[in-house]
Design a protein around this ligand. Sequence first.
Ligand code: CDP
Length: 210
Amino acid sequence: MIIAIDGPAASGKGTLARRLAAKLGLAHLDTGRLYRAVGLAVLRAGGDPDDAVAALKAAESLDPAALEDHALASDRAGNAASKVAAIDAVRAALLAFQRTFAHHPPAPATGAVLDGRDIGTVVCPEAEVKLFVTASAEARAKRRHKELLERGEASIYARVLADIRERDRRDSTRAIAPLTPAADAILIDTTVLDADAALAAALEHISQPS
Ligand code: CDP
């Protein structure tokens, strides 16, 4: 079984993906970490994430160990990620890894949950279950601001909200694989649903697909 979960920044898609994977015994891949790792590698090499040549080089030489780096969670990595993610060749370079994970998840998992921006539309359009998790920009900024403070990072709510709006704009308007729900995706709005309620809504859909 493949479950595809897409949605904008801080919509709760990662939490839902992790909890669904644990509940159903599936492997989980947070595909945002691939783009974050590429973005961060470019920054660390002193490059510009908008530079297609530097970004492609980082994508092609991506070490799976880089996916475990704690620095991937920073907003700096998130912003660099959304820049490299707009480069066609970078997306193409990361496609095979994602598809292999979906179709041959690490044992003992018998299936996979992938979360990102284009899983249901581009990476795994054949997924049995597609969810699109969203929430208002304000609710998402509040959540991300709280996460950053809890991790001991400095955070200003207005800045987080502006960053989220900018990333939404970049992710939704890019020419390649823009953030958009697959036609057959189920929408889950977490503006008012907490993590338990979102999990319950997803499980209900999975047990009775329409
Ligand atoms: O955690 P958050 O939702 O803030 O971001 P993320 O899922 O880690 O993704 C970081 C950035 O990578 C996004 O803003 C997208 O630009 C890009 N991304 C993408 O283009 N396609 C994916 N499948 C996953 C992430």
